[in-house]
Design a protein around this ligand. Structure first.
Ligand code: FES
Length: 133
């Protein structure tokens, strides 16, 4: 189903990413946020942003980001698939401390403000935990 402002081009998402780079000079990545009830939000995000900022800028619910990305509130908690968690690497010490304060933390939990968006994130799927709604 198409969202507001979207058009059906009949071409693949990867082609559109390449086209976006050629047309604007900016690298965009398709990020998929999935709410606890299965609601999906697909957004195209420019490299240099963060997963937290991508959610906030696109009005994705479940990410409050009270500290603005300073790694001091943990209201940008997300859960990754095993594959994406391994690809991105472990959280740094400060992020670990913040995640440890949440008893609902999962093995693949991360803070979205600590994950920079780059073309390597193309196609990532991010789960939004229910406790954050
Ligand atoms: Fe506060 Fe991520 S926005 S820890």
């Amino acid at each position: 189903m198409l969202g507001p402002g979207e058009i059906d081009t009949g071409v693949s998402g990867r082609f559109l990413v390449v086209y976006a780079i050629a047309a604007t000079g900016r690298v965009m990545s398709r990020i998929t946020f999935v709410e606890h009830d299965g609601t999906v939000h697909e957004v195209d995000v420019e490299s240099g942003s963060s997963l937290m900022k991508a959610a906030i800028d696109n009005l994705v619910p479940g990410i409050d980001a009270d500290c603005g990305g300073e790694c001091s509130c943990a209201t940008c908690h997300i859960v990754l698939t095993n594959d994406w968690f391994e690809r991105l690497g472990s959280p740094v010490d400060r992020e670990e401390e913040m995640l440890d304060m949440n008893p609902e933390r999962q093995r693949t939990s991360r803070l979205a403000c600590q994950i920079p968006v780059s073309e390597e994130l193309e196609g990532i799927e991010v789960q939004l935990p229910e406790f954050q709604f």
